[in-house]
Design a binder for this molecule. Structure first.
Ligand SMILES: Cc1cc2nc3c(=O)[nH]c(=O)nc-3n(C[C@H](O)[C@H](O)[C@H](O)COP(=O)(O)OP(=O)(O)OC[C@H]3O[C@@H](n4cnc5c(N)ncnc54)[C@H](O)[C@@H]3O)c2cc1C
Length: 453
């Protein structure tokens, strides 16, 4: 066996790359950033007979508890970029669909608005033939560059075999790029349409809960839902019996390996599919799930607010960054279900994986508590926290260091810091020492103050 390309990692946990945050490790993992990277990886896997699995945003993916015994790919860099030439929008397969839709709107291009509520990537959307609010991917898709171990080829929508939430793309076939033909329009009007769609979605679905979105087929798209569920269940059953790799779940979720994928979730989903013979039953289950979601949401909201009022849950730090960031609340609670916008710019805590039990502990908890107590007007200026010589330090984007020591009297310490930073007599600083918040000490002239006024 020849060695893998340099960027390939071994034994990589995939759970964090999926919405439901479950499943085992991939034997091989890589983040190709260009078509050349991707081609080299595919050629290596092809030559070694290694199976390939592509992960988009993981919003429709169940990873087997036993892991994935092949090469898992997460497209990055140029393969996750969005650009346009006139009315043509060119997206990497790893570009997030809501962000592609938002960029298109900003460029005054209409047609992809429906993508604002689909939390997947362009590649995942092509593979799953995603659509929403009457918008159809196939209507605006012009062509797709499909990469395989054998090379690259361009396919039109007609060649992709689109049917309800599926395409004919095989597991060795990776969407490297997709090109959309959009219509010129008024940017503000397009953005307003997208805002309306977002509101409709918020009103219709509980947010922040680990799901695959709609678990069952939309009745208006095929009235014979019961028939469809039975058909999907039968298909999944046949595939498991034949030992085929891909398991089409009743929910439309893809299993990255084998019918066994994330057994608990898949088994629950199968039991549901067996028990449901009518739309009425599906509705009852839906109502129970929404009620359950509301309880989880309510508890979490109460947990994560400072004064116990009902407010939007707040993330004040993250574990990890970018599309893999996990939200952390002001009391160190880990909010795995709370989506973190990629542009949120929250300080990243210095740990790589969330501890079991849903709450931080030790020095990282101290840091989370300090960050959680920061007043709203100072939050945008916080870059990071770390454990310095004298305890917890917070670094501001301007470079100034705030020395907290520990999280005791954190609110008072922030108040003291804000007063120093807003002092018109001070123009620049290196640090503010807040160990004794009623007598903060400060010194230095290396860094300018944030514009607090
Ligand atoms: C809250 C919520 C709401 C949702 N709403 C909708 C909706 O309104 N409409 C809708 O259609 N869907 C919806 N979904 C389902 C899901 O977002 C879509 O199916 C989406 O297209 C999946 O994209 P992904 O990038 O997350 O793919 P993943 O879940 O990562 O993968 C799904 C499949 O696509 C394959 N894949 C991913 N990237 C590529 C690539 N570059 N090349 C080849 N194959 C690839 C994977 O291997 C896998 O087989 C929703 C899901 C959630 C969680």
């Amino acid at each position: 066996m020849s060695g893998p390309p340099a960027e390939v990692e071994r034994d990589f946990s995939l759970a964090r790359l999926t919405t439901v945050r479950t499943g085992g490790n991939a034997v091989w993992f890589a983040r190709p950033k260009s078509t050349d990277d991707l081609s080299a990886l595919l050629a290596w896997a092809g030559a070694e007979g290694i199976s390939i699995g592509t992960i988009g945003s993981g919003s429709n993916l169940l990873v087997a508890d036993d892991g994935f015994p092949g090469l898992a790919l997460k497209l990055d860099g140029k393969l996750a970029s969005v650009s346009h030439e006139g009315e043509r929008l060119l997206c990497g397969g790893g570009a997030r669909l809501p962000s592609a839709a938002a960029k298109a709107a900003g460029w005054g291009l209409s047609g992809l608005e429906f993508g604002v509520n689909i939390p997947g990537t362009v590649g995942g959307a092509v593979k799953m033939n995603a659509n929403a609010y009457g918008g159809q991917l196939a209507e605006v898709l012009e062509s797709v560059d499909v990469c395989t171990p054998a090379g690259r080829e361009r396919r039109t929508p007609e060649q992709l075999g689109f049917s309800y939430r599926s395409s004919n793309l095989g597991e060795q076939e990776v969407v490297g790029f997709a090109s959309f033909r959009l219509q010129p329009g008024d940017a503000e009007a397009i953005k307003a349409t997208m805002a309306g769609m977002r509101e409709r979605r918020h009103a219709a679905q509980p947010s922040g809960i680990k799901t695959f979105g709609s678990t069952f087929k939309n009745p208006e798209e095929e009235r014979a839902e019961g028939r469809q569920l039975r058909r999907e269940h039968r298909r999944g059953h046949d595939r498991r019996r034949s030992g085929a790799d891909g398991c089409r779940a009743a929910a439309g979720a893809r299993a990255l390996r084998g019918g066994a994928g994330a057994r608990g979730a898949a088994a629950r989903r199968d039991r549901l599919a067996r028990g449901l013979g009518s739309v009425r039953r599906a509705l009852v289950v839906g109502i129970v799930l929404v009620a359950l979601g509301a309880v989880v949401y309510w508890v979490a909201v109460r947990e994560s607010t400072v004064e116990g009022h009902l407010r939007a849950p707040l993330a004040t730090a993250t574990i990890g960054s970018g599309s893999e960031a996990i939200a952390v609340g002001p009391r160190g609670e880990i909010l795995v279900w709370l989506p973190v916008p990629e542009d949120a710019q929250l300080p990243e805590l210095p740990i790589s994986t969330p501890p079991k039990g849903g709450r931080l502990s030790g020095p990282v908890l101290e840091q989370a508590l300090v960050l959680g107590a920061a007043p709203a007007k100072l939050r945008p200026y916080i870059e990071s926290s770390y454990l310095g010589e004298s305890g917890v330090d917070v670094k501001l984007r301007s470079g100034i260091e705030l020395r907290f020591g520990d999280a005791s009297q954190a609110a008072l310490k922030w108040k003291a810091a804000a007063a120093v930073l807003a002092d018109p007599a001070i123009e620049a600083l290196d640090y503010v020492d807040l160990h004794a918040p009623r007598r903060p000490a400060f010194d230095g002239s290396g860094h300018t103050l944030p514009p607090l006024g």
